[in-house]
Design a protein around this ligand. Structure first.
Ligand SMILES: *[C@@H]1O[C@H](CO)[C@@H](O)[C@H](O)[C@H]1NC(C)=O
Ligand SMILES: *[C@@H]1O[C@H](CO)[C@@H](O)[C@H](O)[C@H]1NC(C)=O
Length: 185
C-alpha cells in the first residue's frame, strides 16, 4: 500500500517536471534571423489603371477622397499584380499578388498593405499572405508574412520591401525579399 502511494507521488512529480519543461522549452524556442527555412526574391509590378490602359492595368484605385491633404490619405487600391523573378514586368509571373493597399498618412506618404501571393505554377502551388504597415518613404520596410496554404502551409516570416522604380502615377515596382522562418514543406 505504502509502496503504491510512493509510486503515485513519484509519477505525479514527474508529470509536474515534464509540464514545466514543456512550458520553459516553448518560451525559449528560438531561431536565427540569418537562417530562414526558405528565401525568395521577387519583383512586384503595379500597373495602375488610368482609363486608357484597361488591357494592361493590373491595379485600380477604387476610392480617392479629395481634400484630405497632399498625401492621398484614404486612397484605396485593389491589385491583381504580377510577381516575377526579375525586374521585367513582362516576364512570366511566378505568382500574382491579390489584395489591396491604402494610404494612411495625412502629413506624409504612408500606406498599409494586405496581399496574398497566389502561386500556381509547376514550381510552387499555394499562397502566402503579407500584411502590415508599409511606410513608403522609408527605403526598406519589413512586413509580416502571417500565414500560407499549399506549399506554404501555415508558414510565417518577413517580407522586406524596397521601392525599385516609380514612374509617376502609372507604374511602380517593388523588390520583395521574403524570408520564411516556419516551414512545414
Ligand atoms: C502597358 O503598360 C506599360 C507600363 O506602363 C507601358 O509601357 C506599355 O506601353 C503598355 N502597353 C499597352 C499595350 O498599353
Ligand atoms: C492553376 O493552373 C491550372 C493549370 O494551368 C489551372 O487549371 C487552374 O485553373 C489554375 N488555378 C487558379 C486558381 O488560377
Amino acid at each position: 500500500m505504502a509502496n503504491q502511494i510512493y509510486k503515485q507521488i513519484i509519477s505525479f512529480l514527474l508529470c509536474v517536471l515534464l509540464i514545466q519543461y514543456n512550458i520553459v522549452s516553448s518560451v525559449q524556442k528560438s531561431f536565427s534571423l540569418e537562417k530562414p527555412c526558405k528565401h525568395f526574391v521577387f519583383y512586384f509590378h503595379n500597373i495602375a489603371y488610368d482609363e486608357d490602359n484597361a488591357a494592361n492595368a493590373t491595379s485600380s484605385t477604387i476610392l480617392n477622397p479629395m481634400g484630405l491633404g497632399d498625401f492621398s490619405f484614404g486612397k484605396l487600391v485593389i491589385v491583381d499584380n504580377p510577381v516575377t523573378m526579375d525586374q521585367n514586368y513582362l516576364s512570366k509571373p511566378v505568382a500574382r499578388a491579390q489584395g489591396f493597399f491604402f494610404y494612411t498618412g495625412k502629413t506624409n506618404f504612408n500606406s498599409w498593405v494586405s496581399w496574398t501571393l497566389v502561386f500556381n505554377s509547376t514550381q510552387h502551388k499555394g499562397t502566402m499572405t503579407i500584411m502590415g504597415a508599409n511606410p513608403i518613404m522609408e527605403s526598406t520596410r519589413v512586413l509580416s508574412i502571417v500565414g500560407g496554404t499549399g506549399d506554404f502551409l501555415m508558414t510565417r516570416g518577413i517580407a522586406m520591401f524596397t521601392t525599385d522604380l516609380i514612374q509617376g502615377n502609372k507604374y511602380f515596382r517593388l523588390k520583395i525579399d521574403i524570408k520564411l522562418y516556419e516551414c512545414y514543406y
